[in-house]
Design a protein around this ligand. Sequence first.
Ligand code: C2O
Ligand code: CU
Length: 558
Amino acid sequence: DQNKNFQWEVDYIFRSPDCVENVVMGINGQFPGPTIRAKAGDTITVNLTNNLRTEGVVIHWHGIKQFGTPWADGTASISQCAINAGEYYVYTFKVDKAGTYFYHGHFGMHRSAGLYGSLIVDVADGLKEPFHYDGEFNLLLSDWWHQNVHEQAVALESNPFRWIGEPQSILINGRGQYNCSLAAQFNNTSGACSIGKDAQCAPDVLKVLPNKTYRLRIASATSLSSLNLAIGNHKMTLVEADGNYIEPVTVDNLDIYSGESYSVLFTTDQDPTKNYWISASVRGRLPKTPPGLTILNYQPNSPSSLPTSPPPIPPAWNDFNASKSFSNKILALQGSLVPRPPPRYNRRIFLLNTQNKINGIIKWSLNNISLVLPPTPYLGALKYGLDGKAFDKQNPPENFPRDYDIMKPPVNPNSSYGNGVYRFEFRSTVDVILQNANILAEGQSDVHPWHLHGHDFWILGYGEGKFTEERDEKNLNLKNPPLRNTVVIFPYGWTAIRFIANNPGAWAFHCHIEPHLHMGMGVVFVEGINQIKKMNIPDTALTCGLTGKLLVHNRGRG
Ligand code: C2O
Ligand code: CU
């Protein structure tokens, strides 16, 4: 097991991700940020300096559990104080499990501003993956707006509300094309792109040899978009989801929601005199953004020779049956590499996902509470017993009224702000039933990818309408449910997950759609309170809010 050290500086930089110059967040001048590559068991240290000058920053290591290091989770107001302009913070954590991960900003809307990069963990020395491949590529997917995130954030908080709209471009490894198309010859909606191959928006071409098997690692850091990914003429076999092995399943295209990652294998068994498209198209929302495209380049063809057939056509954006059938195909790998869930839960909570209004401003709520993060990080507040001062003492509701009609807009659209936490007994088994519902407007229910920090969970099932124990309990999958850290809820449906509360800390559980989180769509889970009280949390994580005052006071006395 090795130590890997990185010195990073976060800055705003000029960049043209989609051929239009803009300001993005860069790390050491790079966008997307540098890829971290490590082996399971390694310890990563990132010394992160905030060069933003006028705002705080943090980085979250999405999918890394942070056992024993909850202060390195990188969530502002939950695991640490945002790092002040000009200051630094040292993240030290162990990567315990091989898989495809990524990292991103977790303060304000920094992920939408471009603060993200890949984190790839290989199996430990001497171990092998349960599949074979000759080479691999990494695709980090994102969506991009020309409007800067400060303006987006203000829009989302305004009365009357202003929605940010659909992204201008889909980026693959930080590269996309606005107002022109690589595939212009096959559609007449936009002209052909003329971009030099060194341009910042030139596609990242994947160079392959015929008759080999490649692993494609795909992660979605999108702010809003659900995507469908396909490789023209090639099938893909899914083998990993969110850092866990899955039963191999072969597909023509795959859905990927924000916060998810997959590994797929594909074989270069097509006509080797041609190149092929890789496309990432918008799903689940009326697509106003053209697909992100890149090229699979069979050697020795020229990388600039365009594929001779049109890019793959994704399922219709609103074909939710296709999405559901895809999600239901993801199951844990047979055998002992993926643990199975405990057969019973100790506690089950329900979270009703609704859109509401508070003082006329549109919010997202869970059981009618919209999350507003407090100025003191929960982890420090819990350590120093500041419950009730630093955040609401009262636990948020664990259920919603039985007679709530999820098919209709909320009858009482007013909700309230809150910042209480759900407390779980250490090592208990917790079920969460995420219940979707109609939004404020009649006849619409949105897709939400929910992500849990600090844990993987088993996806016990998805269903239509309102979850009822009488009807749905017996259909939950306890045999081979996939283990993941992100799961989607479909319009007007429910999703059931189970996890073990075995990681002392304070953990965000939230919709991974950045504007939805910004509008309050999250909750905080706490477990292992006795362990938290004994933790040596670095002071540098807590020098804000009430913990900041406490530390100054203690030092004064010391
Ligand atoms: Cu990738 Cu809390 O998020
Ligand atoms: Cu959402």
